[in-house]
Design a protein around this ligand. Structure first.
Ligand SMILES: O=C1O[C@H](COP(=O)(O)O)[C@@H](O)[C@H](O)[C@H]1O
Length: 451
């Protein structure tokens, strides 16, 4: 695939573009000074300092070098309606190809734009990048995939999940497959449980327009946490390429289902009430601007799944994410089974605590909890934690995702069927939320979530 020349961001005035997409691009351009990418921002709002938005996002990550300078200088904003064929055609006609159209838009708007594009003459080398969520349930995800499939082939479609670009997630994969010590232990014989947790101190932060109709399960579990789970639990790949990895992650998702097939018992949902997080006072979620309390939107979701394969059957996999959580955990944690017998000579051995391997998702801290002899008596038991920080790469998660798109590499992009599988798993839980089988529990902002 010829490298992308112009990146057109649809929905350019949204928070995602300025907070994540443009800074990610800045890190990528700094690391690849030979790139020449023109960035065109578009949305319905009139132009209001797009050059400044690009410059501030680049400055925030210290973007420098000739590639970043080129993008800053050529940054262009075109106001338009993505559901208007004339506006879309104008954007495409004026851009130097190959073009990537990046849909930083809600799924229903993306679907409408794709319907319109079906009636247009599109460039042969057009690439489409779609932000999560892909649809809002299995049916709409399938429909969006079908619409997109009529426009461009799968090899020119990228479904973005920036958690797949997180250094910690990629490090976990390296850790597992590059160490003889670990991979043989990654199965039901040795693993007691898997947890993938991404709690945040952030509350709604003015995002009611998106979040209040989405909630924690759709926002975080359906996409990010399921995708991370699939990468953490996939079979060993024979090569790290764009055929093998999406195939193996899809295999894990196909095998996943709520624990014991009972979504109501496998899930917990909660909503924050007023409280203090990190010294900031947060109001009750229902008092946040733009929230419709009658929707019963959850700001915390936890689901226990089972990946029903020969390797993982019977191992509970907990996925959890909450907003306004105090001392948040953000990690992949693998808890191993206890030794098969007690360390015999020990009169006071008690329980030998399980070994736990942790990879921090934002902090990028790796740790392994072990048991060793006691300080005064070698037959005693002491817990030690081996830990190491991880080198921070120059690319942010979005920088890494954008590199894949611009280079035409799907290794860490979400394949259409994987997006649909994510919804299949979550739809069952959503149904249990909606018919009240899973109660909506309160938790004060700043606490660790519902009890
Ligand atoms: O996609 C999303 O992710 C963020 C968390 O990821 P981060 O890289 O920004 O820390 C989450 O806050 C947001 O609700 C969700 O839409």
């Amino acid at each position: 695939m010829t490298p992308i020349r112009t990146l057109i961001i649809l929905g350019a005035t949204g928070d995602l573009t300025s907070r994540l997409l443009l800074p990610g691009l800045g890190t990528l351009l700094s690391s690849q000074p030979e790139l020449r990418i023109d960035v065109v921002g578009s949305s319905r709002e009139p132009a209001d300092g797009w050059e400044r938005v690009v410059a501030e996002a680049f400055d925030a990550v210290g973007a420098s070098g000739p590639a970043a300078a080129h993008t800053r200088e050529t940054a262009l904003y075109v106001a338009g309606d993505v559901t208007d064929a004339g506006d879309l055609a104008g954007l495409l006609d004026d851009a130097e190809g190959p073009v990537c159209l990046y849909f930083a838009l809600p799924p229903a708007v993306t679907a409408r734009a794709c319907e319109v594009m079906a009636g247009m003459d599109l460039p042969d080398d057009l690439v489409l990048a779609l932000e999560k969520p892909i649809g809002s349930d299995t049916e709409t995800a399938r429909e969006l995939n079908r619409l997109v499939g009529r426009l461009v082939p799968e090899e020119r479609t990228f479904r973005v999940d920036h958690f797949l670009g997180m250094p910690a997630v990629l490090n976990f994969v390296g850790l597992r497959f590059a160490n003889r010590l670990l991979e043989p232990l990654m199965s039901r014989e040795h693993v007691e449980s898997v947890e993938i947790v991404f709690d945040e101190t952030l509350g709604l932060e003015g995002r009611a327009g998106f979040y209040d109709s989405t909630g924690a399960l759709r926002d975080m579990v359906q996409s990010h946490l399921l995708q991370v789970m699939a990468l953490v639990m996939m079979e060993p790949p024979s090569s790290f390429d764009q055929v093998e990895i999406p195939t193996l992650t899809s295999h894990v998702l196909r095998a996943a289902k709520p624990w014991r097939g009972d979504p109501a018992r496998a899930a917990v949902r909660g909503r924050y009430t007023a409280g203090t997080v990190d010294g900031r006072e947060l109001p009750d979620y229902t008092a946040e601007e733009g929230v419709d309390p009658s929707r019963g939107t959850e700001t915390f979701a936890q689901v226990v799944l089972e990946v029903d394969t020969w390797r993982w059957n019977g191992v509970p996999v907990t996925l959890r994410s909450g907003k306004a959580v105090g001392n948040p955990r953000q990690e992949i944690a693998i808890t191993f089974r206890r030794p098969p017998h007690d360390y015999e000579q020990l009169p006071r051995s008690g329980d030998v605590a399980p070994n736990v391997l942790r990879m921090g998702l934002e902090e990028e801290q790796l740790s392994l909890e072990l048991n060793v002899g006691g300080p005064f008596d070698s037959r005693g038991m002491t817990r030690v934690t081996l830990s190491s920080g991880m080198a921070r790469p120059g690319l942010t998660a979005y920088g890494s995702v954008l590199r894949g798109i611009l280079e035409g590499d799907h290794t860490f992009s979400v394949r259409g069927d994987a997006a649909e599988q994510g919804w299949r798993i979550v739809d069952e839980v959503l149904a249990a939320f909606e018919d009240g089988r899973v109660p909506l529990l309160d938790y004060p902002a700043g606490s660790s979530g519902p009890v």
